[in-house]
Ligand binder design. Structure first.
Ligand code: ATP
Ligand code: PRP
Length: 217
């Protein structure tokens, strides 16, 4: 049996075409079912549904043999104990710094002010500002980052941006692009050894689909 860890929503939805390319069809819809273990049309493959930020942990500790996770989540986890063979090019977005439209970010940085930065991505934010030599006080949040500059909790946020609609709706502007983000396949190294015969064909089918570029929006 191979177990694939996915999170509900965009990762699940965008992984489906890759699974289809490998001849795998998930037999339950996570939006309507309460099940956390989903069977597939292949008796030896199942999908487990976990929080997006728990995917690396499940795969690292063998609760799943492989999983799909954003580069953001992978960096925050640390990536230890994970083989990362493929960039699946799905769930594409970017990690950025944003501030209120009336906040002079360039000036604050130039003057060496200590910035208050709210984010769920503390590792990425810490490394980014350290590399710029900007002193920051990091405030860890778990969601709705956009609210932080609007309420005076922080001067800036580090968050994911795709269309920019969420920033615009909250009168925030993007002032730095930190990195491009997409989702990766992560594999438990012991599982890869022990279950080569089942996992390798899956990796091959995924790489072929990625090379053809037909699976990603
Ligand atoms: P958790 O439930 O663990 O807090 P989450 O709410 O961040 O995680 P999702 O919103 O499903 O989970 O995001 C999963 C991944 O999709 C993110 O880690 C990121 O790589 C990517 N992602 C997030 N937002 C976007 C977006 N607006 N457009 C494209 N990709 C995105
Ligand atoms: C993500 C991210 C931003 C938004 C950016 O949230 O945290 O808020 O997408 O996308 P945009 O630039 O296209 O507006 P998501 O939609 O995943 O909501 P969630 O974090 O509450 O799950």
């Amino acid at each position: 049996m191979i177990t694939l860890a996915l999170s509900k929503g965009r990762i699940f939805d965008e992984t489906l075409p890759l699974l289809a390319a490998a001849g795998i069809e998930v037999l339950d819809d996570p939006e309507t079912s309460r099940k956390l273990i989903l069977p597939t049309n292949q008796a030896q493959v199942r999908v487990v549904l976990v929080r997006a930020s728990d995917v690396p942990t499940y795969v690292e500790h063998g609760g799943a043999d492989l999983g799909v996770t954003g580069k953001d989540t992978l960096i925050e986890h640390g990536g230890q104990g994970l083989y990362q063979p493929l960039d699946l090019k799905i769930a594409q977005c970017r990690m950025s710094v944003a501030v209120r439209a009336d906040f002079d970010y360039a000036r604050a940085v130039r003057q060496g002010a200590r910035l208050k930065v709210a984010t769920k991505y503390t590792q990425i934010a810490r490394e980014f500002f350290a590399s710029k030599g900007v002193h920051v006080d990091l405030i860890k949040l778990y969601g709705s980052m956009e609210l932080a500059p609007l309420t005076g909790l922080a001067d800036a946020i580090v968050d994911l941006v795709s269309t920019g609609n969420t920033l615009k709706a909250n009168h925030l502007v993007e002032v730095e692009r930190i990195m491009d983000i997409s989702s990766r396949l992560v594999v438990n190294p012991a599982a890869l050894k022990l279950k080569q015969a089942a996992i390798r064909p899956l990796l091959d089918a995924f790489s072929q689909a990625i090379a053809q570029g037909t699976h990603a929006a």
